[in-house]
Design a protein around this ligand. Structure first.
Ligand SMILES: Nc1nc2c(ncn2[C@@H]2O[C@H](COP(=O)(O)OP(=O)(O)OP(=O)(O)O)[C@@H](O)[C@H]2O)c(=O)[nH]1
Ligand SMILES: [Mg+2]
Length: 299
């Protein structure tokens, strides 16, 4: 009888080190949005990799925030730290640039974890003077990692080796999800994330961080005798002054946003869509428990 393996492989680390890029590389699909801005990921997102004899549930988490200023950021940290609780394997991701003091709370959490833990030093494609080896030396004195991998999540360098080791350490067990599923998240969630990714890319400074996207309507309808996926999305900003920035002069900015988001949503679903973007003001939503719950953050 062949054995079946399954388990949670939880990806943890600071903002911007490449956690989402790594999960997408391992799953082979774009499950998590990626931008050059820190604090891009705000939720825990599962990406599933299934074959006949295994199912890996990769868990991408928000980057850990040292001093959360908003309820939203505290919730993001909860998502990150909760992933220690159900991990079968921990991937602690850092990059060649990061410096830790050794006192960070995440270090204690990793040291307390009893499951296999790997150190992942990412962005080696940018490593000109052996920073990766320096990082590994630093961590060697602080955490008893089972394995160290020097990778480029972006170029998929050494990610196959990483996956092979994960499959060796993965516990035996039945699949957690149907084998044809790619994520625990809904289509609506992916659409709102694609729009948020484009907001992060197109707007500057605090504006994208003050935005949340909520899908108010998502329905296929007949238009000119052909089915068309109708998507209505609300973009919430947390200050009055931000609404005109999102819209832009003569609506130019939101038009650009709509085009970029529609293109990617169409390629995600492989069909034409109609996208309506509506900007709403919800003062200080990042500290508003009711709104946070509505947007899927924890209390
Ligand atoms: N050169 C290079 N860039 C990378 C690599 N991996 C990720 N990046 C870039 O680093 C930036 C952050 O990547 P993300 O995957 O969004 O990082 P993250 O850790 O998920 O960030 P948060 O969601 O904010 O916590 C993006 O601009 C990526 O393109 C890599 O291996 N090499
Ligand atoms: Mg991310």
């Amino acid at each position: 009888m062949t054995i079946h393996k399954s388990g949670f492989v939880n990806i943890i680390g600071n903002p911007n080190v490449g956690k989402s890029t790594l999960m997408n590389a391992l799953v082979g699909e774009k499950m998590s949005i990626i931008t050059s801005k820190p604090q891009t990921t705000r939720h825990r997102i599962f990406g599933l990799l299934s074959e006949e004899d295994y199912q890996v549930v990769f868990s991408d988490t928000p980057g850990i925030i040292d001093n959360p200023s908003y309820g939203m950021q505290s919730s993001m940290n909860k998502f990150a730290f909760s992933s220690f609780e159900d991990a079968d394997i921990i991937l602690f991701v850092t990059d060649i640039y990061e410096k830790y003091t050794g006192e960070e709370p995440v270090i204690k959490a990793i040291n307390n974890a009893t499951v296999p833990k790997y150190l992942i030093v990412n962005k080696i494609d940018l490593d000109k003077d052996n920073k990766a080896a320096e990082a590994a030396k630093f961590w060697d004195n602080i955490i008893d990692f089972n394995e160290t991998f020097f990778i480029s999540a972006d170029q998929k360098t050494n990610t196959d080796e990483l996956l092979n080791k994960i499959l060796i350490d993965l516990p035996e067990g039945p699949p957690y999800y149907p084998k044809d599923e790619l994520s625990d998240k809904t289509e609506r969630f992916f659409v709102s994330e694609i729009i948020r990714e484009k907001i992060l890319m197109l707007y500057k400074q605090e504006v994208p961080y003050s935005c949340e996207v909520s899908i108010s309507r998502f329905k296929e309808e007949m238009r000119n005798d052909a089915p068309l996926l109708m998507i209505y999305a609300d973009i919430y900003v947390d200050r009055k002054t931000q609404k005109p920035i999102i819209i832009g002069k003569n609506g130019d900015a939101i038009k650009k946003l709509g085009i970029a988001a529609r293109e990617e949503i169409e390629s995600f679903f492989g069909k034409h869509i109609y996208l309506d973007l509506n900007v709403k003001i919800k003062e200080n939503w990042r500290n508003d428990d009711r709104m946070l719950k509505h947007f899927g953050y924890e209390d």
